[in-house]
Write a protein that binds this ligand. Structure first.
Ligand SMILES: [Zn+2]
Length: 330
């Protein structure tokens, strides 16, 4: 499956493949029907993307348009059972790896943060725009809205902003990468009052999978969780003992309930074409100091979701672990 590429200049092994891109009207119809099985109120429309750099979204780019791609970087096997501290990635190298040589590249998504920066393992809410001048890797302008979430041994949680030049991550990252162009057509997805057991993103992913089967449809975007609470986790510092099972991972993670509005950066893919993908990953931040990895809302009666999503045209799988397993994928 897919085209094999040579390792890029930083030596990350890279594979890529085309994704199936249904027409937006068709996707809107599919999601409208599917989400209605899980929420009491559902509205899905094709709209020109609003300015996502403004409140309440606070992305660095105004939109999701222009060559949208999913990037699955690293993976859980670099975290579990034991951490691979050599897995450090500089996202400033990502455009070159994807053969983008100029213009702006924007990325949003969910990953593991640069533990060297905060001297502890951390959740990463990637929100970054890089402007490249053709042929001059030295003239890189960074607009960095990334947040990191930490929890210390006493249970104290902190949501950090990062300096503009801090463009590194570690271990794993699941990203929507685009040119960040404004006002391109996207899906606006509004759901209220959850009636089923699955989280908002799983509902979308399963709906798309049921319609498109083994044709992989990848999507990414941003959604607000309003009028409710969500169960999140934050990774504490790396476990001194190996995490062998999902139960070990869940005992190690710090879970808590955060209060909306929460700004969620989300990617999912309906079918893994054999690349050992994380099929769904969502991290959130807020303007009130809460953030982390989204599991589900805990207020189905009152919750309101409003998101803007685009299908991705291409998938890039970078530094896929050679030894893999299914632990810790939730
Ligand atoms: Zn996560």
């Amino acid at each position: 499956m897919g085209d094999e590429h040579d390792a890029n200049r930083k030596g990350w092994p890279l594979e890529s493949c085309q994704l199936h891109v249904p027409p937006l009207d068709e996707l809107a119809h599919v999601l409208r029907q599917g989400l209605a099985l899980h929420f009491a109120f559902v509205q899905v429309d094709v709209v020109d993307c609003p300015d996502l750099s403004q409140s309440p979204f606070h992305l660095t780019a105004p939109g999701l348009g222009g060559d949208p791609s999913l990037v699955d970087l690293g993976g859980v096997p670099y975290l579990v059972p034991t951490v691979h501290r050599d897995r450090i990635y500089d996202l400033a190298d990502l455009p070159a790896a994807m053969n983008v040589k100029d213009g702006t590249v924007s990325m949003i998504g969910a990953g593991a943060g640069p533990w060297q920066h905060l001297e502890t393992n951390c959740e990463m809410m990637t929100n970054l725009s890089l402007s490249l001048e053709a042929g001059k890797s030295s003239s890189l302008v960074v607009d960095n809205g990334t947040r990191l979430a930490t929890v210390d041994p006493s249970g104290r949680r902190i949501l950090h902003v990062v300096p503009p030049k801090q463009t590194r991550c570690s271990l794993l990252n699941n990203l929507l990468v685009s040119r960040g162009l404004p006002r391109t057509p996207v899906l606006r997805i509004r759901c209220q009052k959850r009636t089923g057991p699955d989280n908002f993103v799983t509902c979308m992913r399963n709906t798309v999978r049921q319609r498109y089967g083994h044709q992989p449809v990848g999507m990414g975007g941003v959604f607000m969780l309003e009028n409710g609470q969500a169960r999140l986790h934050i990774m504490p510092d790396f476990s001194p003992c190996p995490l062998q099972t999902d139960a070990d991972v869940n005992n190690w993670l710090h879970f808590y309930n955060a209060t909306g509005p929460l700004i969620n950066l989300s990617v999912f893919i309906s079918h893994d074409p054999g690349l050992d993908l994380r099929v769904e990953h969502t991290h959130c931040f807020s303007t009130h100091g809460e953030g982390g990895h989204y599991h589900e809302d805990v207020s189905p009666e009152t919750v309101v979701y409003e998101g803007y999503f685009t299908p991705a045209e291409r998938l890039f799988r970078i530094d896929r672990p050679s030894q893999t397993h299914g632990v810790g994928r939730d």
